[in-house]
Design a protein around this ligand. Structure first.
Ligand code: SAM
Length: 362
C-alpha cells in the first residue's frame, strides 16, 4: 500500500502559498508566508499547527487553518482581521499578518476546535461547465432529464437549470436568476460556442454526498463561505446568489457513498426521461471499491438503456492544469470530451472534441 504523501510543515505551507498565489489569492499567499515565518520562529502558529505536522498533504491542513480563522471573521469575532478581509467588507492593508497572528493567539481554542473539519466547498461556477452538457443530452434524447449528482456537497449545482446562461448566441435557464453566466465560454480552435438551445426540462433532481451540507442552516452556509478565499469576491457573490436560489428550489442530497447510491438509482431503467449521472471534482476523493461499484452500475444500466430510457454520464474532473468535461452515452457507450475548463468552472474552453475514446473513465 502506498503511504499518503506528507511534507515537513514549512514545505506544506510553502506549497499552499504558491498554490494560492497561482490561483489568484494574494491575501492568502501573504498570510501563508507570514504563518510560515511564525512557525519558524516558534510562534502561535507553531503551537496550533505543530501537533498536526506530518499529516498527508491531501488533508489540506493550511486551508483548514485558514478556513477556521475565516469563519471567525465571518462570525464577527475578529474585527481587527475583518478590516483586511474583503469577504467581511475589509481591504488588505499593512498589519495584515500581525492582525492575523493576534487573532490566532486570542481565539486559539475556537480555531483548534474547528481544525479537524475537512475542507468542503460547493463551486457554483461548475454549473457553467455542466449546463451545455445537460443541454446536449436533452437535445439528443428529446426527453426531460433525471439528474443524479454524485458528491453534490450542498446540492447547489443540482439547481443548475435555475441559473442563467448566455453565450451571446444561445441561452438557457431562468433569465431572472441571481446566478448568471454571461460570456463564460470560449470556443477552442475556431469551433463553435456551445449550443444551449432547448428545450431543456429537469423532471427530477437528486444527489448524494458522504457529508452533505444543509444550506438551509446558517451553520451550513457559514461552512461553505469560510472555505472560499476571502479576496475572491466573485466566487463569494455567486455562492450567496446560489443560496438565494436554494431557498426556493428544493434539491435533496442524501448522506451516502456514491457507489451504493448510484447502484440503487440505476437498478431499473426509467422510461420517458434521460437519466444523467453527473459529478464535478469528486473522483480523486472516492476509494477504489466505490469507483468500481459506480462503473459496474453504469455499465449494467448502459446495457439496458434504450432511446426511450437513455443513460448519460456527465463529469468534470481533473485533467492536468484544467479539468475536462466528458460525456458517455448509452445506448452505445460512446464517450466524448466536450470541453476543458478552469477548476472553479469559468472560463470554459468549449469544443475540445475527441469522440469515442474507448473505455469510459472520469
Ligand atoms: C471537492 S468537493 C466537490 C463538491 C461539488 N461536486 C462541487 O463541485 O462543488 C468533493 C465532494 O465529494 C464528496 N465525496 C467524496 N467522496 C465521496 C463518496 N465516496 N461518496 C459521496 N460523496 C463523496 C465530498 O464530501 C465533497 O462534498
Amino acid at each position: 500500500m502506498t503511504r499518503p504523501r506528507s511534507l515537513p510543515l514549512a514545505d506544506t505551507l510553502d506549497h499552499q502559498r504558491r498554490a494560492c498565489a497561482r490561483a489568484g489569492s494574494s491575501l492568502y499567499a501573504e498570510l501563508l508566508a507570514g504563518i510560515a515565518a511564525d512557525v519558524e520562529a516558534g510562534g502561535v502558529c507553531a503551537k496550533v499547527l505543530g501537533p498536526r505536522a506530518g499529516e498527508p498533504l491531501a488533508s489540506a491542513l493550511a486551508l483548514r487553518f485558514l478556513g477556521a480563522v475565516h469563519r471567525l471573521v465571518l462570525e464577527g469575532r475578529a474585527p481587527a482581521l475583518a478590516a483586511h478581509y474583503p469577504s467581511a467588507g475589509g481591504r488588505p492593508g499593512p498589519g495584515l499578518v500581525a492582525d492575523f497572528l493576534a487573532t490566532v493567539a486570542e481565539l486559539r481554542p475556537a480555531i483548534e476546535d474547528r481544525l479537524d473539519e475537512g475542507v468542503q466547498t460547493n463551486e457554483v461556477g461548475r454549473s457553467a461547465v455542466l449546463a451545455p452538457g445537460y443541454a446536449l443530452v436533452a437535445r439528443r434524447s428529446g426527453l426531460p432529464l433525471r439528474v443524479l449528482e454524485l458528491g453534490a456537497s450542498a446540492g447547489l449545482n443540482l439547481r443548475w437549470d435555475r441559473y442563467w446562461y448566455d453565450t451571446g448566441e444561445t441561452c438557457l435557464g431562468d433569465p431572472d436568476s441571481p446566478v448568471r453566466f454571461e460570456g463564460a465560454w470560449q470556443p477552442v480552435g475556431g469551433g463553435p460556442l456551445p449550443d444551449l438551445g432547448g428545450p431543456v426540462e429537469v423532471a427530477e433532481r437528486a444527489g448524494c454526498d458522504r457529508n452533505p451540507i444543509d444550506v438551509g442552516t446558517e451553520d451550513g452556509r457559514l461552512r461553505l463561505r469560510s472555505f472560499l478565499w476571502p479576496d475572491q469576491v466573485d466566487r463569494l457573490a455567486r455562492l450567496e446568489a446560489a443560496f438565494a436560489v436554494a431557498a426556493r428550489v428544493p434539491a435533496p442530497v442524501d448522506a451516502a457513498d456514491l457507489g451504493a447510491w448510484a447502484e440503487a438509482r440505476l437498478a431499473e431503467p426509467v422510461e420517458g426521461v434521460a437519466t444523467v449521472v453527473a459529478h464535478t471534482i469528486v473522483w480523486q476523493y472516492v476509494d477504489g471499491p466505490s469507483r468500481d461499484r459506480l462503473r459496474a452500475a453504469l455499465r449494467r444500466a448502459g446495457e439496458r438503456a434504450t432511446p426511450d430510457a437513455p443513460v448519460a454520464w456527465l463529469r468534470f474532473e481533473p485533467a492536468g492544469a484544467v479539468g475536462d468535461l466528458r460525456l458517455t452515452w448509452w445506448p452505445g457507450g460512446t464517450e466524448q470530451v466536450l470541453a476543458t475548463a478552469e477548476y472553479h468552472g469559468v472560463p470554459v474552453y468549449w469544443g475540445h472534441a475527441r469522440s469515442a475514446v474507448g473505455t469510459a473513465s472520469p
